[in-house]
Design a protein around this ligand. Structure first.
Ligand code: PLP
Length: 210
């Protein structure tokens, strides 16, 4: 068994019903090919160019998830390429996304990224702003299916997963994108429906760390 195969077996054993989104930033194509051959269908990408090179032409049944920060001027290309967006987090993105989806006739389900740790340097809607932001998305015509968070590196993730779950319930949202290599098992206990696992699947990332 290869390392990826072993890692995958462990992750699937612990993931319950959560969907594995393989976070592939900086992975070589050989690793992605191996993941595809092992039957992984969902891939997460942070960088648009890297993702375009990999996925513009992709096998049927493969879904590509955008998990990076959304730059306004790249909204058109993001809508063109991706099947799911996990990181909607600014009011000004709402009309841009809606317009592109209408023009391209691609209606892409989105998650709202929530800054559960209220970290100033990090993306995501502050929890206090979430009800108004959600309302703006719905009224703007964006299809919001759930919430996503990236807990602060130096904090216990359980609090953040619990908070995200509470907010999703309040808003009547079903999907929770939470949990990465180091904490996906805990995220699953808190009801994660989408876990985003990179290094714990592929082995250590090569190149620049995000
Ligand atoms: C890189 C990344 C992941 C995966 O992180 P690992 O620790 O490698 O599992 C998940 N979500 C986002 C948004 C990421 O950028």
């Amino acid at each position: 068994m290869t390392i990826i195969e072993e890692n995958l077996r462990d992750i699937l054993k612990n993931a319950g019903n959560a969907r594995l989104v393989a976070a592939c930033k900086s992975q070589p194509q050989s690793a992605i090919n191996e993941a595809l051959a092992l039957g992984i269908t969902d891939f997460g990408e942070n960088r648009l160019q890297e993702a375009q090179a990999r996925w513009l032409d992709r096998p049927a049944g493969v879904r590509v998830h955008y998990i990076g920060e959304i730059q306004s001027r790249k909204v058109g290309a993001i809508v063109d390429l991706f099947d799911v967006i996990h990181t909607v987090d600014r009011v000004k993105l709402i009309p841009l996304l809606v317009k592109e989806m209408a023009e391209q006739r691609r209606h892409i389900p989105c998650f709202i990224q929530v800054n559960t740790g209220e970290e100033p340097q990090k993306g995501g809607v502050m929890p206090a702003d979430l009800p108004a932001f959600y309302k703006a998305c719905v009224e703007g015509g964006l299809q919001i299916i759930g919430l996503m968070c990236i807990p602060p590196a130096d904090d216990s993730p359980a609090f953040h997963f619990g908070l995200l779950r509470v907010w999703a319930r309040r808003l009547g949202l079903v999907y929770l994108s939470m949990g990465m290599s180091d904490d996906y098992e805990m995220a699953v206990r808190f009801g994660a429906t989408h876990i985003r696992v990179g290094s714990g699947l592929f082995g250590a990332r090569i190149g620049r760390k995000e």
